[in-house]
Design a binder for this molecule. Structure first.
Ligand code: SF4
Length: 255
């Protein structure tokens, strides 16, 4: 027989427990489920996938990975069933006035999944929900016009939709090399509490995790700058490819 903890959808890791935050997790980014299905829970991930804390350390422990994959399987195989189970769990008194972080790994990977979460939020108004997301276009369409009153979110840089963010209008978060770099840029660190990402001063700075190979890849840059340089290089490659295949250029000109 399974214990209550094993049946629970929402968890608290050590860090979030100190802050009274509950957490819903999916496996980060792309992978394969035990039944052979491929998935990508972060379809708009960009450079972040190369320095993703949730693709490192404890997240790779077999039991942790299995739990996150089981969560994803529940969502993929029976979204209405997952929604009912989530609503049932959130009806417990302990979630009144509590915070739920949607995804300490993974993102809103489809319209139907995001819609299911929005319905959960509407039906559990006494719980407060928050999320980081890179799904800018989907939020513009499905969330921004009429957000649930108990939902806070922040757009995080390092994704393929960075170019559509406007820090003067959108609430945004960026990963910096360290706290000094956040200060120097005049952004506001969320280190003291993860909730500052959504209810503290903005724009929001996050110091990079102290993971040597990730820091080496980041090379002291902000994720927004890192992503912008990747986007620029890609645009240049596309332009070169267009030039070499367009009519009238020496390489394709009929002789
Ligand atoms: S979106 Fe978040 S969880 Fe997904 S790869 Fe990027 S940093 Fe990791």
């Amino acid at each position: 027989m399974r214990t209550e903890a094993e049946m629970t959808l929402l968890r608290q890791n050590r860090e979030l427990k100190k802050l009274g935050i509950w957490n819903w997790s999916l496996p980060a980014f792309a992978g394969k489920l035990p039944d052979g299905r491929n998935y990508n829970t972060c379809p708009s991930a960009g450079v972040c996938a190369q320095a993703c804390y949730a693709r490192n350390g404890t997240y790779l422990f077999p039991q942790v990975k299995a739990r996150h994959q089981k969560n994803l399987t529940l969502v993929l195989d029976d979204l209405p069933g997952w929604k009912s189970a989530m609503l049932e769990e959130l009806s417990r008194n302990k979630f009144d006035d509590a915070w739920v972080r949607i995804h300490d790994s993974g993102d809103f990977f489809s319209r139907s999944y995001l819609t299911a979460w929005l319905e959960v939020m509407h039906e559990r108004p006494r719980t407060r929900f928050y999320a980081y997301t890179k799904e800018v276009a989907m939020f513009r369409k499905l969330v921004e016009p009429s957000p649930p009153r108990n939902f806070w979110w922040v757009y995080s840089y390092g994704g393929t939709q960075d170019h559509s963010l406007d820090p003067d209008v959108d609430r945004v978060a960026d990963v910096f090399a360290d706290e000094a770099a956040i200060d120097e840029a005049g952004w506001h660190s969320q280190s003291e509490s993860d909730l500052r990402a959504v209810i503290g001063p903005a724009p929001v700075g996050i110091p990079a995790n102290n993971i040597t190979h990730f820091k080496a890849r980041q090379a002291g840059r902000r994720w927004s700058d890192w992503q912008a340089s990747v986007d620029a290089a890609r645009a240049q490659r596309r332009a070169r490819a267009r030039d070499t295949t367009s009519p009238g250029t020496t390489s394709t000109q009929p002789r």
